[in-house]
Every structure is written in structure tokens, then in C-alpha cells.
Design a protein around this ligand. Structure first.
Ligand SMILES: [Zn+2]
Length: 562
């Protein structure tokens, strides 16, 4: 009866098996980071292959067996859900710090180390309020908006964008954001398509893609019409094959399954009434029966079908139409039907990137469409995620107008200042000085590693002694671009190595770091910045999670081999 037994894995938190599971998970996360980060090939259980470098897409495609890794994945997900960014960062910070703590024995119990980490993290989080870390966002120019978007775009390698593409796209994203933002945030619909030409553009209104064959006399008539365009919207299939509609936001309506013919008969009665109203456009989320298509065409009504969920919601918002979700229950009298109508101001034919579109416009609508191109289908999906992430970052910036230096400079500044503060406070901890220094260095290494500075091969990484920013060899400015070589010389500073050749942190012995400037440098257009709120939350969430996870005594789970 051995097959009925469930074998259970018992794993102490500091067992070598758990540390090695943690290490593999961290390596997967780490390999995605930054412009140098590689593309992951993920093959799911169903054999579906995905190429990705985005943490949100990666996480959806991997399965983890260790419950602690599953928990860390959930923490990463909660960071992504809240900010759409810094998910990988959170994952790397947690796994690096846990791995350091659990793989070293410095003569302290795990709970004792956890309480030191808790104390250090409160010092670290208070450093975020320094004038030179929390930089006020300035909305008098678009420079800071541009640099936020550029920072996000340039860290994603798989979108297949060149420098020139990024330049063009980040202007489009900021333009789309500004054009739809008044007192409230509007909607930017993101359309990413495969194309050889990469130029992106923003259109105020909604773009509906059509084929060359769809360009008809009816379409020309509507585009040339003076006065507003009336529109009726359906969010059901108009074929009779599936008349049930399930939607998240509305109630579920199930109708009797009838033959296609009787559906068409019933629908035609309604459409005869609709034609009487002299409307211009029928828009439908799903497929429309050919008989109905032909009828509408003969009556000179433009049909926009298969719009999809996003576009249907946008048309509902833009036109003010009430979507019809049942033929049977729809009012047939002219007054009732008229109350469901919406309007747009103009229809235009647009040709962009060798594709044709109908543009629906209405002034003051706060809806825009951003069209971007990618070299292949996978890249297009990736790009759509990244553009949405950029737009959400811009919205976040409007609510919390603060940024921090990007490209690892914030982490370097924090790490250097932490060294000084932690050791000064030595009396507050119940441990020896060398035990405290070990804990400090683990936290420092974990932060630098989350910022993309790993100990392997980073001997050319330096920090300046004036601002404490990160530098790579032979650069004119620090990694984020805020500090120039001249500024360091003017402050009589020098550059110090961060790691030695063996990957050990060199910050302990340096006394020259105690007098860092807290003067806030000014943000320029090419500065790499991150959102304050996103970064602060990611660090806080990671450190809190680490402290909580260190309280686990034993991991118990069903063996994955069963
Ligand atoms: Zn910098």
C-alpha cells in the first residue's frame, strides 16, 4: 500500500537543500535584470514556449515546489500588482539576503540575526528621506517624465528596440499620458503590432484596425459626414451560435440555445428598427452574422465588429453608448433604442506603419491610442507590458511626485551610509562588532545585487567619496548620470573600489565615507531615475518579508516526486 502514502519533506530553514533551492530561484531572477539581462526561454508543462525578460510574464510561467519559494513568488506578485515594477528587484533582495543569512554561521541564532536585520532595515528606510535620495519631481518641464519612462524602457532587452526606437517611443508614451490627463487620469489604449517599421505614434481617440479590403464607400461617406456620428454598441456575439454572455462586471445572462436561423430572424427585426433611427455606426465586441453584415452595408451603416474587450470598453466610454447585451431583452421601440445611442464627433481613415485604421474622435474624451511596433509577436507582447508599466509609473509619479537616483546609485548611497550609521550604533545590538559587521555586509551585498551589481566580475565597480554614487570604469558620470567627474573633483573626492577580486565587500575599512554630501543634484533629461514610492515599497516589503520568513522553524511539504 506504499502508493497511498504521501511522502513529506521536512526541511529546516538553514538546511543545505533549502539554501540550494533558494540559490537556484535567485539565479533565475538575477539573470533577467537590466539591459545586460538575458531572455528566458520558459517551457511550461503544456509544452508552450515563451521568451521573456519581464518578471511578471516569467512568474506566470514557472512552477516552484518549495513552499517558501512559492511564498516569495507571491510577495513579488504583490509588488507587481501594486506598482507594475520592481518585482524582480524584490525577489532578488529577499533571496540574496536569506541565502547569505542561512548559509553562514556566525555564532548567532537565526531569530537573533532576524532582530538585527529588523533594526538595520529601519535605519535603511529612514535614509530614504534624505534630500539627496528622495528627489522632488518637477513638473514644470517634461524632462523628468521622459527620464522615468526611458529608465523603464532601457532595462527591458527583449522588446527588440534600438536606441532610436526608445527615443521615439518614450516621447510617444509621455505625449499619450499628458494628452489624456486633466483633472483625472484618462485611458491610453496600447496597440502593439508586428512590423518592420518601428516608429510609434499617439492618436487622440480610438483606433480600429481594418484591412485594405474593408475600405468601402460606406466608410468614405461616414468619414466625410458633417456633424456628429451616432453609434450603437453590442457586447455579444451576433451569430446565434453562442448567445450566452459571461462578463466580469455585469450579470450573467443565459438564453435558450436556438438555431442560427431563428436567431438571425429575431436579430433582423431589431436591426430593421435600428435602421429607422438613421444611425451611422454599429460597433460589436464579437463576431457578427454575415446576413446582418450584408444588411447593414446595404443600408449604409458602417459595421465595426470583433472589437475585443478593451476597445469595446473604450468605445462605451468615448461615445456614451449603453452596450446591448441581449437581442431578446433589448427594447424595440424607437424611444428605447434611441436612449442606448452614443455619439462620436468624427471618423477618420488613418494609415500608419503600412496598416489601415478608422479613428473615432471626440474632443475632451481623455482617451488616446498609442501604436507601437515590435519585430515579432513575442516582442510585441513584451512591449505592451512595458508600455503599460511606463504609463502606470507616470500616474504614480503624479500622485507621489518624488524620484530616486536609478541604475544602482540609490543602493550604493544607502549601502555606504548604512555602514557608518550601523557601526556608530553598535551598543544597541546584543552581539559582537564582527557579528554586526557580517549582518551589515549581507544586507549591503543583497541590496547591491538587487540593483544589478553582483559580486562576480564587479571589481571595476567603484563609489565616489563625495556623493556615494556608483561608477563603472572610465565613465564621465556615475551610473545614474547625476554626478559628473568634475563634481567629485570639486568636492576633493576620490573613487574607491566596492568589491575586491574575491567578491568581498571593501566598505568596512573606509573612514573617508563618513562625510558624504547630502546636497541634492539636479535631475536632467538623460538621468536614470526610479520612482521613490516604487523603490521604497520594494525595499520595505522585501526586508519585512525576510524578517518574517526567518521566523519559520521548519518547512514541511509534500515531496514533489510523488
Ligand atoms: Zn548616480
Amino acid at each position: 500500500m506504499a502508493s497511498n502514502k504521501v511522502s513529506v519533506v521536512l526541511q529546516p530553514l538553514d538546511s543545505s537543500e533549502f539554501v540550494s533551492a533558494l540559490r537556484s530561484f535567485r539565479r533565475v531572477l538575477l539573470s533577467c535584470v537590466g539591459p545586460e539581462g538575458g531572455i528566458k526561454i520558459v517551457i511550461s508543462g503544456a509544452g508552450y514556449t515563451t521568451f521573456t525578460s519581464s518578471s511578471s510574464r516569467l512568474l506566470n510561467n514557472i512552477t516552484l515546489s518549495n513552499p517558501v519559494c512559492v511564498f516569495i513568488k507571491q510577495i513579488i506578485q504583490s509588488q507587481i500588482n501594486a506598482f507594475l515594477d520592481h518585482g524582480l528587484y524584490t525577489g532578488i533582495l529577499i533571496t540574496s539576503l536569506l541565502e547569505k543569512i542561512l548559509s553562514h554561521n556566525i555564532g548567532l541564532s537565526v531569530p537573533a540575526v532576524a532582530s538585527i536585520i529588523e533594526h538595520l532595515s529601519s535605519i535603511l528606510l529612514s535614509l530614504f528621506d534624505l534630500n539627496c535620495i528622495k528627489l522632488k519631481a518637477d513638473f514644470s518641464t517634461v524632462k523628468q517624465l521622459l527620464s522615468v519612462v526611458k529608465s523603464i524602457l532601457s532595462t527591458k532587452p527583449t522588446c527588440g528596440l534600438s536606441k532610436a526606437d526608445i527615443q521615439n517611443l518614450h516621447l510617444s508614451i509621455v505625449k499619450g499620458f499628458l494628452q489624456t490627463t486633466n483633472e483625472t487620469f484618462g485611458d491610453v489604449i496600447v496597440e502593439c503590432i508586428e512590423a518592420t517599421e518601428m516608429k510609434s505614434d499617439v492618436f487622440l481617440g480610438i483606433l480600429y484596425h481594418i484591412n485594405y479590403d474593408d475600405i468601402s464607400t460606406v466608410l468614405y461617406e461616414k468619414c466625410n459626414k458633417k456633424g456628429c456620428i451616432s453609434l450603437l454598441l453590442f457586447n455579444i456575439m451576433l451569430t446565434g451560435e453562442e448567445t450566452s454572455k459571461v462578463s466580469e462586471s455585469r450579470s450573467i445572462k443565459l438564453e435558450d440555445r436556438k438555431s442560427s436561423n431563428s436567431f438571425v430572424e429575431e436579430a433582423m427585426k431589431l436591426f430593421e428598427q435600428i435602421v429607422e433611427l438613421n444611425i451611422d455606426v454599429v460597433a460589436c465586441q464579437k463576431v457578427v452574422h454575415p446576413t446582418i453584415c450584408l444588411y447593414l452595408q446595404r443600408k449604409g451603416i458602417l459595421l465595426l465588429d470583433r472589437m475585443g474587450t478593451d476597445l469595446t470598453h473604450a468605445v462605451e466610454k468615448l461615445s456614451g453608448a449603453t452596450p446591448i447585451s441581449s437581442i431578446k431583452h433589448c427594447s424595440q421601440d424607437p424611444g428605447g433604442l434611441r436612449s442606448l445611442l452614443g455619439t462620436v464627433e468624427t471618423l477618420k481613415m488613418v494609415e500608419h506603419g503600412q496598416k489601415y485604421y478608422v479613428l473615432l474622435e471626440k474632443s475632451g474624451s481623455n482617451i488616446a491610442t498609442l501604436v507601437a511596433h515590435a519585430p515579432n509577436e513575442e516582442a510585441a507582447m513584451e512591449l505592451k507590458v512595458v508600455i503599460k508599466q511606463s504609463l502606470s509609473a507616470l500616474r504614480c509619479l503624479t500622485i507621489y511626485p518624488a524620484v530616486v537616483p536609478g541604475a544602482g546609485c540609490t543602493e550604493m548611497s544607502l549601502v555606504i551610509r548604512l555602514q557608518d550609521l550601523a557601526v556608530n550604533d553598535f551598543d544597541k545590538y546584543n552581539c559582537s562588532r564582527s557579528q554586526l559587521e557580517s549582518c551589515v555586509s549581507w544586507l549591503q551585498i543583497a541590496l547591491l545585487s538587487a540593483a544589478g551589481f553582483t559580486t562576480a566580475g564587479s571589481s571595476q565597480l567603484t563609489a565616489d567619496t563625495v556623493f556615494g554614487h556608483a561608477w563603472k570604469l572610465n565613465r564621465e558620470a556615475c551610473c545614474c548620470g547625476l554626478v559628473s567627474v568634475k563634481m567629485v573633483h570639486d568636492g576633493c573626492g576620490r573613487w574607491i573600489e566596492v568589491f575586491n577580486n574575491d567578491g568581498n565587500l571593501l566598505l568596512q575599512d573606509i573612514t573617508s565615507l563618513s562625510a558624504l554630501s547630502s546636497f541634492p543634484p539636479s535631475v536632467k533629461e538623460d538621468t536614470v531615475v526610479d520612482l521613490f514610492q516604487t523603490k521604497h515599497n520594494a525595499v520595505k516589503l522585501s526586508l519585512e518579508s525576510c524578517v518574517n520568513l526567518l521566523a519559520i522553524g521548519m518547512i514541511v511539504y509534500k515531496s514533489p516526486n510523488d
